[in-house]
Design a protein around this ligand. Structure first.
Ligand SMILES: [Zn+2]
Length: 245
């Protein structure tokens, strides 16, 4: 961090302290250096979504942080490791990223960097009619996010309900700073990469609805295009390759 030399105009502005994170989002500027986020959110936390799994001893699935992927090659299969990371400050900023490498640690590092580049503001609120307070402990209204074949619905919950969502969802809500929420998942939540991206999509939708009211839809379309490139991948899980063979 101490020896960061900004490579972009935005990076130089952040270094000089002449722009805030909210201004970056308001102007729709693209963050191309992860250090920008490190600098502007000093208390940023990272969590790894457990996307991997192997059948464990005595039944059940042993959850693992990374997933092995295989790519066919003339001389056989080439294995790589995939990781999904989430970053946030538990107070209204959230990012998600995917990374792939030969080594586990490099995959995690790449995923973390990508998560920083994908950071978005999280609009929180209290859309629960049972609670109807003005704190930002939940989400402002019901929303549905989608990724691949997975759809997730998030519903505002009153204070004290907690996070009614799976373990990986809890990590994401925690980093976003949402303390009470109800959720429902449609499709295969086993594909936790899609599940996590669907949750992220739900937060993007909340932003879009607010932004559309301000007549600024362009900003969000840009974010989405970038996002799609990141999730698209030529690799497949090992199991799928095995089935094809
Ligand atoms: Zn409330």
């Amino acid at each position: 961090m101490g020896d960061w030399i900004p490579r972009t105009e935005l990076g130089r502005m952040v270094m000089q302290g002449s722009i805030t994170l909210d201004e970056i989002f308001h102007l729709g500027k693209k963050i191309k250096e992860p250090e920008i986020v490190d600098k502007l959110i000093p208390n940023l936390q990272t969590d790894i979504i457990f996307i991997g799994g192997s059948p464990g001893k005595g039944g059940g699935i042993k959850r693992t942080p990374t997933r092995r992927t295989a790519r066919m090659h003339r001389s056989g299969r080439r294995y790589r490791v995939q990781a999904v990371a989430v970053v946030g400050n538990s107070d209204g900023y959230l990012g998600i990223g995917i990374g792939e490498a030969i080594e586990h640690r490099n995959a995690v590092n790449k995923a973390t960097e990508n998560a920083k580049l994908n950071i978005i503001p999280v609009k929180r609120g209290c859309g629960s009619w049972e609670c109807a307070c003005s704190d930002s402990h939940s989400i402002p209204f019901e929303v549905e996010g989608k990724s691949g074949s997975v759809r997730v619905r998030l519903m505002p919950a009153p204070k004290g309900i907690g996070l009614c969502i799976g373990d990986e969802g809890k990590k994401i809500m925690g980093l976003a700073g949402v303390r009470d929420v109800w959720s429902k998942c449609f499709g295969s939540s086993k594909t936790r990469t899609n599940y996590s991206y669907a949750l992220f999509d739900a937060f993007k939708k909340i932003n879009r609805i607010k932004i559309e009211k301000k007549d600024m839809p362009l900003q969000l379309e840009e974010i989405e295009e970038h996002e799609e490139k990141k999730t698209e991948d030529s690799t497949k899980p090992v199991e799928e390759i095995a089935k094809e063979a």
